[in-house]
Design a protein. Structure first.
Length: 147
């Protein structure tokens, strides 16, 4: 089973069972955003996590194997950028990217935030003027090496 086939099987089973990412992640034992990315083919799960997910969604062994295979990341990148919600992140980077860079450098020095040693949480914040999306990203600071 390819990662693409696995993705479709997971999404179909999730919809059929009416389960949310948070509930599935709690049963598998990992963070919801990470689990969702793995189910979309962007990460790999451990063999144990893949078996737990397969049990939760009644998936076969081929799907569990595909879930634990190393991915080729970002395959849907350009197509995904036309989605309005995803495009907002590009817009945020275009408008605030340099300010974020300068602020990080002022606080940490010359370097980058890791997207490998990284976590992300998505929360709903109730607000009488309209609920808000809160996205918290945390990545290890990696200073540039001077040599």
């Amino acid at each position: 089973m390819t990662k693409s086939d696995m993705r479709e099987a997971v999404l179909a089973a999730k919809a059929e069972k009416g389960l949310g990412w948070e509930e599935i992640a709690a049963r598998v034992g990992c963070a919801p955003v990470f689990l969702c990315a793995a189910c979309l083919g962007e990460h790999s799960l451990t063999g144990e996590q893949a078996q737990r997910l397969a049990a939760v969604l009644d998936l076969d062994d081929a799907a569990a194997r595909a879930l634990s295979e190393y991915p080729i990341k970002g395959q849907r990148g350009e197509a995904l950028m036309s989605d309005p919600l995803v495009y907002r992140f590009k817009e945020i980077a275009l408008v605030y990217g340099e300010a974020i860079k300068l602020t990080v450098q002022e606080k940490f020095g010359d370097g980058i935030m890791s997207a490998i040693d990284f976590t992300m949480d998505v929360d709903r914040i109730e607000d009488p003027k309209g609920d808000r999306v809160q996205i918290t990203m945390s990545g290890k600071f990696l200073p540039y090496k001077r040599w």
